[in-house]
Design a protein around this ligand. Structure first.
Ligand SMILES: *[C@@H]1O[C@H](CO)[C@@H](O)[C@H](O)[C@H]1NC(C)=O
Ligand SMILES: *[C@@H]1O[C@H](CO)[C@@H](O)[C@H](O)[C@H]1NC(C)=O
Ligand SMILES: *[C@@H]1O[C@H](CO)[C@@H](O)[C@H](O)[C@H]1NC(C)=O
Ligand SMILES: *[C@@H]1O[C@H](CO)[C@@H](O)[C@H](O)[C@H]1NC(C)=O
Ligand SMILES: *[C@@H]1O[C@H](CO)[C@@H](O)[C@H](O)[C@H]1NC(C)=O
Length: 320
């Protein structure tokens, strides 16, 4: 009887030991399996240009990654990560020791300012690199709500823009405008668009008549209008808009700060380029854009596949 008891105790201890060891082993094994898991297939984009361009490229990358089951690789110092709520999906975070964007199948867009449906037809779960500007809302319209969350400004920049707007509205500089004024954001893009080589390519920027006509449009629509203007050519802008009392020209902001300020307005007057495009998309009011967006027959018109409708967001109004 004593022997049997002792035997049972020994057997019990042995079973406990076996269970413990196998449990530890299982944990270790699954741990190893976890770290040895192959990294996911990735989507990469050859990022280039400034804020507006990078936003189009990111929106494309996001969409492609979502519907192909890919990890969207963004650079370590991705400029739009500063103003916006973009997840830091860098390749370093994958735990691999070199960029997964090399030596993978690559695809190049056929048109920088149009929709290339071939890019939406690449294999799922297979790493791919995409080259281009991807300046079409059609690439990501099915994820537009997600992108509206992602392209929310970070708190510091949003608060700064709010304060700037309140300061503009509370100064007494605008006798035209009561607290009920309609606020219209204007982006005047000139810069490289005024250079001869860029013009010869077919890229044009509106003259003063366009801005005056666009402003008249809103003044006919609303009793009191205040215009808030951002530009990369303040000297030209001051001359073009002189004589109007209800204009505030933004000075001293960085690009993202101007974007945040203009996005708080009620309506948008675009010029050309992607910066004003995103301002209008964020503002979600009436948007006027410059109708002769490319010189007919130019090299630039081919970038649009001769049709601006994949670039221009639905509902925006052409103006000359
Ligand atoms: C960003 O990462 C968080 C945490 O992993 C996740 O919950 C969220 O869905 C991600 N956002 C986007 C837009 O992918
Ligand atoms: C890519 O392929 C080339 C040629 O096969 C090779 O020399 C290079 O090391 C590869 N790069 C990576 C990051 O795998
Ligand atoms: C602004 O609109 C409100 C509501 O219509 C009105 O009560 C108020 O008097 C208006 N303020 C001014 C300064 O016109
Ligand atoms: C602006 O361009 C339009 C069309 O090209 C032209 O009719 C108009 O006279 C120009 N206005 C100014 C102020 O140059
Ligand atoms: C116009 O924009 C201002 C500032 O963002 C906002 O307070 C106001 O509600 C907007 N008005 C309309 C009619 O949306």
């Amino acid at each position: 009887m004593r022997n049997l008891t002792r035997y049972l105790i020994k057997l019990g201890l042995f079973l406990v030991a076996v269970l413990l060891v196998s449990h530890l082993f299982a944990c270790k094994y699954s741990g190893e399996r976890h770290t040895k898991q192959p990294p996911p297939a990735v989507a990469c984009v050859g990022f280039r240009g400034r804020l507006g361009n990078l936003m189009f490229q990111f929106a494309f990358l996001y969409s492609v990654s979502q519907n192909r089951g890919l990890y969207p690789v963004i650079p370590e110092n991705f400029q739009p990560s500063e103003p916006f709520r973009i997840n830091k999906t860098t390749w370093h975070l994958l735990g691999v020791n070199k960029s997964p964007c090399e030596n993978i199948t690559s695809y190049t867009e056929r048109w920088p300012c149009s929709f290339d449906e071939k890019l939406m037809d690449t294999p799922i779960l297979q790493s791919a690199k995409f080259n281009g500007y991807f300046q079409s809302w059609k690439y990501w319209i099915q994820y537009e709500n997600n992108l509206r969350e992602i392209f929310q400004f970070q708190d510091t920049i949003a608060q700064r823009a709010d304060k700037q707007l309140r300061d503009i509205l509370s100064t007494q500089d605008f006798p035209c405008c009561s607290e009920n004024a309609t606020i219209v954001g204007i982006h005047v893009r000139r810069g490289d668009y005024t250079s001869k080589t860029v013009n010869e390519y077919g890229q044009i920027t509106p003259n003063a008549s366009y801005y005056q006509n666009a402003m008249d449009y809103f003044e006919k629509l609303y009793p009191q209008v205040l215009f808030i203007v951002a530009s990369d050519d303040l000297k030209w802008t001051k001359i073009a808009l002189k004589g109007r009392k209800n204009v505030h020209i933004s000075l001293g902001n960085f690009g993202p700060e101007d974007m945040a300020l203009l996005s708080l307005t009620n309506h948008t007057i675009m010029s050309v380029g992607t910066f004003g495009w995103w301002v209008a998309w964020m503002t979600r009011g009436i948007t006027l854009y410059y109708k002769p967006i490319f010189a007919p027959g130019s090299q630039y018109s081919k970038d649009f596949n001769n049709d601006p409708s994949s670039f221009i967001y639905p509902g925006w109004i052409p103006m000359v």
